[in-house]
Design a binder for this molecule. Structure first.
Ligand code: UD1
Length: 397
């Protein structure tokens, strides 16, 4: 559907008088579920004219198209077809392509979600054109500036006019960095809106039958952080820590299912072409409903993703996160997440936490405040105060 390498012709030419024109930017897999509920809420509200722009940062059908279908998102109005590249290449290409459309389309607002390269590139392009920027999922900080996402978050927030946060740490971080409090709005989590809205579809997913799994008799695994998968040492360390876990769970007739991100697939092929771990089932990346169902019915999930830390907290599934830090501390404080740092991984913490889970000793966790499926409605209610072509957000601060 959107795997078109040629930019599409824009369909936004005629702005309807009186409606607020909002360019919504998506680019990579985790953006789609954050943007879908906002688009839906804007359409329901009726006073917006949303224009969906897909940068094409993710372009494989399994990384992009399948999410549009699963989330009932319309095809993007504009597809920039940027594709992969170095950070500078990807960011610069998005900015160049995007600028042209923004100049022509003159939106009242550019809305970006998350922390991927497409987020920063779009925010920066808009800010340089003096177009107001709204950032959904603002204020999250891991404190680790070696993560590309942390740079994207810091810079996007500094140039945003409206900052929508998902958890209390967001506002604390933003205020510490000098962001005016009146720009910050705690609205909840639109990724969780998607999860709640799609529960019936998720329920119908046949992924367990497809992979021959039984509820609670397997764990799910995802890995794609450059710090974990881009070096041989990083991957080796994880597979070494997984080995005893796989043995333990195999002794209980369980397995670990590993939908493999393209980045990780390429690195495993490069460093460990013969890799075989008993009990580890590799699959292609899964669609949205299939993946959430896989996680929902898993005994526990091991990941280095950001969003999965949040989704598991809502689903009440134990989550073991293989990272040195998290930008989502609420998932540890309130939810079901536990961080396992590099050092802790070497010292056997993964196995210790799995033992706790299997013996029923793991924490229960609760759903964080405002993760109730209504975040997009709150965002749209706040954006409703924008006057078309006002180019000023004073009215809503
Ligand atoms: C990006 C985001 C990351 C997010 C992740 C979710 C940045 C800096 N990183 O990481 O925050 O958690 O998406 O998946 O924006 N590739 C394909 N097909 C695709 C897309 C990518 O084969 O559709 C391969 C390419 O080899 C590419 C590599 O994956 O070079 C990495 O893709 P890229 O978009 O640069 O970063 P991600 O690792 O996906």
């Amino acid at each position: 559907m959107v795997s078109n390498t040629q930019p599409l012709q824009p369909s936004f030419a005629k702005a309807s008088a009186g409606r607020v024109k909002v360019a919504i930017i998506v680019g990579a897999r985790p953006n789609f579920m954050k943007a879908a509920p906002i688009l839906k809420a804007m359409k329901q509200n009726g006073s917006f004219e949303p224009v969906l722009i897909h940068t094409g940062q993710h372009y494989d059908a399994l990384m992009s198209d399948v999410f549009f279908k699963d989330l009932d998102m319309p095809a993007p109005d504009i597809f920039l077809g940027i594709g992969s590249g170095t950070h500078a290449e990807q960011t610069a290409k998005i900015m160049l392509a995007k600028e042209k459309y923004l100049i022509e389309m003159k939106p009242d607002l550019v809305l970006v979600v998350g922390d991927v390269n497409s987020t920063l590139a779009a925010a920066l392009t808009a800010a340089k054109l003096n177009i107001p920027v709204a950032h959904v999922e603002a204020g999250l900080r891991s404190g680790d500036r070696t993560m590309p996402e942390e740079i994207n978050r810091l810079l996007t927030d500094q140039i945003s006019d409206l900052l929508f946060t998902t958890e209390p740490s967001g506002a604390e971080n933003l205020k510490r960095e000098g962001v005016a409090p009146e720009k910050i709005h705690f609205v909840g989590n639109t990724m969780i809106d998607s999860l709640i809205q799609n529960l019936p579809k998720i329920e119908n997913s046949k992924i367990l039958e497809k992979l021959n799994l039984q509820k609670g008799k397997y764990a799910a695994l995802t890995l794609h952080r450059p710090s974990n998968v881009d070096t041989k040492e990083g991957l080796e360390k994880i597979f070494q820590a997984l080995e005893p876990v796989l043995k333990k769970i195999a002794s209980q007739n369980m397995s670990v299912v590993f939908p493999v991100h393209p980045r990780t697939r390429a690195k495993i092929a490069e460093f460990f072409p013969q890799l075989q771990l008993v009990g580890l089932i590799f699959t292609e990346p899964l669609g949205y409903s299939e993946f959430i169902k896989l996680v929902q019915l898993s005994r526990f999930t091991i990941t280095d993703s950001g969003g999965i830390q949040e989704e598991t907290s809502v689903l009440g599934v134990p989550c073991l996160t293989l990272r040195n830090s998290t930008e989502r501390p609420i998932t540890i404080e309130v939810g079901t997440n536990t961080l396992i740092t590099d050092q802790e991984l070497s010292r056997g913490k993964l196995q210790a936490e799995v033992d706790k889970i299997l013996s029923g000793q793991y924490k229960q966790g609760k759903i964080p405040d405002l993760w109730d499926g209504k975040a997009a409605e709150r965002i749209v209610a706040i954006l409703s105060k924008i006057k078309p072509k006002s180019q000023s957000l004073k009215a809503i601060s």
